[in-house]
Design a protein around this ligand. Structure first.
Ligand SMILES: [Zn+2]
Length: 367
């Protein structure tokens, strides 16, 4: 496996490309942010906020929230910096953690109305199980609902603006780096890779009628409702670390697990449900990289760690996951640990080989 010479991204990362110096397009994208006029971008954000306020609706904007570091930061920024009347929209996760419950409550207690929406838990469970067997990614269906919920809330309450976090769709295409922050096609984003049509989630036990929460509104519905959608990260430089420090100072609870339990060094991600931790372990088996790689890349792009430190994080923590989180997932979808590992093995990528004592090791571990 080839790795970027500057960050620790491997060649198996979706949409990655390397230039003649072996540096990836993600690194080049983050370098390009140094050349952005952020004061001007902030003025643009304020202008968009003013237009939303001038509509005189019951709420000026919707912010989709889990109560985690980024959504806490965004909600307070929208209200206190942009002066917007904010409606929070929360898609309630299954198997919510104590931290998750505390954090969403903590954010609401700061003085927000919150639209809370929980899809049918029987359907959620069936979809998670189907997606594990079919794609080795049980989280994928819930992401449909996660993106659809704030847009639905905006249409329902006639709110003119929805603010999303960060655009991950255009990093592979340099010509699109200087977008206008428009998020109206978020349903086509790389992380989801779908066009908003939830029909392909139909499976045994789940009909089209069950998929209402997962169905992203059509472009026509969005146009008719005159909902504008933007990415916060287009208008203000994004820093997960900064958002975490900001939110912790305002009552956010983070994880107290060891890095070996989480598969990553930082403790302020995936706070509301444990399934995300297990899902990153699956990603590591499929693509040869997981949470620790993402963490290290973010630190390198932020300038808070060196590549050497990042590579060490990857070697020490990537792909690790506490057995209790795997067991929790097995209990949730009703399978045994043996069955879990049998299914998981079917997704193992070609970057793995067994060592002399029969353990799976990456052929090219990062140096
Ligand atoms: Zn890179």
């Amino acid at each position: 496996m080839k790795y970027c010479a500057k960050c620790v991204s491997p060649e198996t990362k979706p949409a990655i490309r390397f230039d003649e110096n072996g540096v990836c397009n993600f690194c080049r994208y983050f370098e390009s942010l140094d050349r952005v006029d952020w004061e001007d971008r902030k003025r643009q954000f304020i202008e968009i906020a003013t237009q939303a306020k001038n509509k005189g609706a019951q709420y000026d904007c919707v912010v989709g929230v889990s109560g985690g570091k980024d959504s806490t930061y965004m909600a307070l920024y929208a209200r206190d910096v942009l002066g917007l009347k904010v409606l929070l929209a929360n898609m309630m996760p299954e198997c919510i953690t104590e931290n998750g419950q505390h954090n969403i409550n903590n954010l609401q207690e700061m003085g927000f109305d919150c639209f809370m929406f929980r899809p049918n838990p029987k359907v959620s469970r069936t979809l998670a199980k189907m997606a594990f067997y079919k794609w080795g990614n049980p989280v994928k269906p819930s992401e449909y609902a996660l993106y659809a919920t704030p847009v639905r809330a905006a249409i329902m309450y006639k709110v003119p603006l929805v603010i999303f976090d960060i655009d991950t769709t255009n990093i592979d295409d340099e010509s699109k780096w200087q977008t206008d922050g428009d998020a109206s096609r978020i349903n086509e984003s790389n992380t989801l890779g779908f066009t908003g049509d939830a029909d392909h989630l139909i499976c045994e036990g789940v009909t089209k009628e069950d998929l209402v929460p997962y169905q992203y509104p059509t472009q026509e519905e969005i146009r008719q409702a005159e909902v504008k959608m933007v990415y916060h990260a287009h208008f203000e430089r994004w820093s997960a670390h900064h958002h975490a420090m900001f939110s912790i100072a305002r009552g956010l609870h983070v994880r107290d697990d060891n890095p070996e339990d989480l598969g990553r060094r930082t403790n302020y991600h995936a706070l509301d449900a444990d399934i995300g931790i297990m899902n990153q372990m699956l990603k590591h088996i499929k693509f040869g990289y997981g949470f620790a790689t993402d963490d290290a890349c973010a630190g390198i792009w932020d300038g808070t760690i060196t590549r050497e430190e990042g590579a060490k994080w990857v070697r020490e923590y990537d792909g690790k996951c506490a057995v209790r989180y795997i067991q929790e997932f097995c209990d949730y979808i009703g399978i045994t640990l043996d069955e879990f590992w049998n299914v998981t093995e079917t997704f193992r990528g070609p970057m793995w080989q067994k060592n002399k004592i029969g353990e799976w090791k990456l052929k090219d571990q990062i140096k």
